[in-house]
Design a protein around this ligand. Sequence first.
Ligand code: OGA
Ligand code: MN
Length: 296
Amino acid sequence: MSTNLAEARTGSGAHVQPTGGGLGADILGVDVANPGEADMAIIRQALLDHLVIRIRGTAIDDPAFERFGARFGELLPSPDFTRSRPTYLRDAPNVTVISNVTEDGKPIGEHGDGELHWHTDLAFTDTPSALTMLLAREVPPTGGNTSFTNMYAALEAVPQDLRARLTRLRLKHQASHNAQGGKRPGYQDIETDDVREMPGPQHPIIRTHPESGRQALYLGRRFGSYIPGLPLAKSEALVEELWSYAVQPGHTWAQEWRVGDLVIWDNRCTMHRRDAFTGLGRRRMHRLTTRGERPV
Ligand code: OGA
Ligand code: MN
């Protein structure tokens, strides 16, 4: 069917083009400033099918970004303690900023210019984010790419006997330390570096996606992971083994940012990481997240 015919039948111009990597798809032909319900249905389905979607060449202001983001679920920024300030943008209070830029000596956003190791957002909370959306406002000429990995595929790579065992195990996602190893506010008194004692929620290692119904491996972050009930050495060995299934070359795809790129990922079935870009230039991302559910 030609594109025009498809448009006539569905009332939508949206077109989905897979990246060819282990996950991810571009959405073409959609006006993010004012998408119709038919476009939204195609975009939501593409996100379920491809786990990460990208819309290039957007030219929307922050309130329009918020309005678009809210069509995917209830917006809920990361908790205050993960941010340097409660509100960044007066005209779009749900938008947070990920940036290495400083103004008057102070960072305008989070995460600087260093590498961000593989993780999935807010896994160390009871109800981790469902979706995260990054809109590129400024990017360096090279560097700061964001990679994604497919956690449905990761689970498929786990041998059957181990998979059966995993259904009976949970993973503790420690909450006290951030990705840089510093202590989060509220956890200043935690002195332990023993992962068995670090506080944090326990989530199933295999979780079921509430919309797709598919099962995915759910690891959160390598640092501080512990499988309660196992001796430390056994937990470490099993966690290492699980990570070896998680990040395999055929399961990944890397986003090379251009200004105007809007990327949306599903934290319930993917992980992501970012390359360092020290000395490579200014990078400023506007970010939205949606409320998630307790992993089951
Ligand atoms: C995030 C994140 C990666 C990046 O916002 O959750 O991990 O590329 N960002 O900035
Ligand atoms: Mn993240």
